[in-house]
Design a protein around this ligand. Structure first.
Ligand SMILES: CC(C)=CCC/C(C)=C/CC/C(C)=C/CC/C(C)=C/[C@@H]1[C@@H](COP(=O)(O)OP(=O)(O)O)[C@]1(C)CC/C=C(\C)CC/C=C(\C)CCC=C(C)C
Length: 402
């Protein structure tokens, strides 16, 4: 498990925000990595705010944590897969299973003509549970749109295992079986229609299995873990349940052909969006989670703010709580900022849904502030009018982004 930064590393960060902010370390790692291996282009240049935070800290390399190291390995692996496929001039990497959907006569779902139905069903689920996002996918090419729907449905089903109506019956064994099923579908042996759609998707796009496995790992954590000692631990959890989504979807959404950014840079931005979304989700749901006995906040930072677990369960908004929340919101915003820089490097048709979802989710942070940080009994949400306004604005921004 994470939280294993060295003591010198721990000492290097003088405030909770600095010490815990994985984003800064991700930058540091990028700089280090790029010093070692010249790449197609430099990663995003650290912006003024980030630069001042980084400048305040000594030698970045020693500050990598086990959690970030583990996550970054997956980022590099996914990026390498995409680059390999691109270099070979094809979407699917070598070693990937044959497109079972093309195996007419072999008895696969494709040969029964059911694959189209499978994707349609994924689209229906998506339209029902994620209306705005579904709308956003309409701009994508049909192949990409269907693939993102299939990924969405798999993520939703995975999440439902531990968060849905049958969650109290879910055991680690059930998750093991879900993982086996995942491996099967990656090898072209889907169990049902939704799996069939994803099986087809992963045979067409250079999608690595690891982020999918890691999402299941996040669900495993949810079965037994209800406290996070430090931001490192929370960061890893956020990667598992949400950062993984970014890594799964970028190979499908595509990187703009004229983008000068390195592949890892774009994947890092995608990862940042997942982390930002999950941190926001956590900050919005503090009260709800505490009523389920869960605290998804770094306990060490709570303690430094003079707060205890009991303060969370009591749910009283105090000045200490406001101050603590301000720091947490600031950190989530840094992740959003990092993600936003990556959007311009996505294929142009994929930018809009990403930007719209980023803006909508980021506005939840504003809503928490507007509620005077009462996330114990008030649910922060973005009103319909604001939601609707975000769509054309994001569309216009996405259209001019380059
Ligand atoms: C275009 C686009 C936004 C694609 C993502 C579509 C997709 C596959 C979504 C899957 C979402 C899902 C069901 C995840 C399961 C785990 C989970 C529930 C995570 C939380 C999402 C919020 O879900 P929820 O329904 O509970 O929310 P509400 O309570 O209703 O508010 C998460 C917080 C995380 C979702 C994470 C993402 C959508 C990551 C997005 C990142 C990218 C699309 C990469 C963008 C690329 C760059 C370069 C920035």
């Amino acid at each position: 498990m994470p939280g294993s930064s060295s003591s010198s590393a721990a000492a290097a960060w003088t405030t909770p925000l600095h010490r815990g902010c994985g984003l800064l370390r991700v930058h540091a790692r990028f700089l280090h990595h790029h010093q070692q291996q010249p790449r197609r282009s430099r990663p995003f240049v650290v912006r003024p705010l980030m630069a001042s935070l980084v400048a305040a800290a000594p030698a970045p390399v020693s500050r990598r944590t086990a959690a970030e190291e583990a996550v970054y390995e997956v980022v590099l692996r996914q990026a390498a897969l995409v680059e390999e496929a691109a270099a070979a001039g094809r979407a699917t990497p070598p070693g990937a299973p044959r497109r079972w959907a093309d195996e007419a006569g072999a008895g696969g779902v494709g040969s029964w003509g059911l694959l189209g139905d499978a994707y349609d069903r994924c689209g229906e689920v998506c339209a029902e549970y994620a209306k705005t996002f579904y709308l956003g996918t309409q701009l994508m090419t049909p192949d990409r749109r269907k693939a993102v729907w299939a990924i969405y449905v798999w993520c939703r089903r995975t999440d439902e295992l531990v968060d849905g109506p049958n969650s109290s019956y879910i055991t680690p064994k059930a998750l093991d079986r879900w993982e086996k099923r995942l491996e099967d579908l990656f090898e072209g042996r889907p169990y049902d229609m939704y799996d069939a759609a994803l099986s087809d998707t992963v045979s067409k796009f250079p999608v690595d299995i690891q982020p999918f496995k890691d999402m299941i790992e996040g669900m495993r954590l949810d079965l037994w873990k209800s406290r996070y000692k430090s931001f490192d631990e929370l960061y890893l959890y956020c990667y598992y349940v949400a950062g993984t989504v970014g890594l799964m979807t970028v190979p499908v959404m595509g990187i703009a052909p004229d983008s000068k950014a390195s592949t890892e840079t774009v994947y890092n931005a995608a990862l940042a969006l997942g982390i930002a979304n999950q941190l926001t989700n956590i900050l919005r749901d503090v009260g709800e989670d505490s009523r389920r006995g869960r605290i998804y906040l770094p306990l060490d930072e709570l303690a430094e703010a003079g707060l205890t677990e009991d303060d969370i369960f009591r749910g009283k908004v105090t000045d200490k709580w406001r101050k603590f929340m301000k720091g947490q919101i600031q950190r989530a915003r840094l992740f959003f900022d990092e993600a936003e820089k990556g959007v311009a490097h996505l294929d142009s048709a994929s930018r809009w849904p990403v930007l719209a979802s980023l803006w909508l989710y980021r506005q939840i942070l504003d809503a928490i502030e507007a509620n005077d940080y009462n996330n114990f009994t008030k649910r922060a949400y973005v009103g319909k009018a604001k939601k609707l306004l975000s769509l054309p604005v994001a569309y216009a921004r996405a259209a001019v982004a380059s």
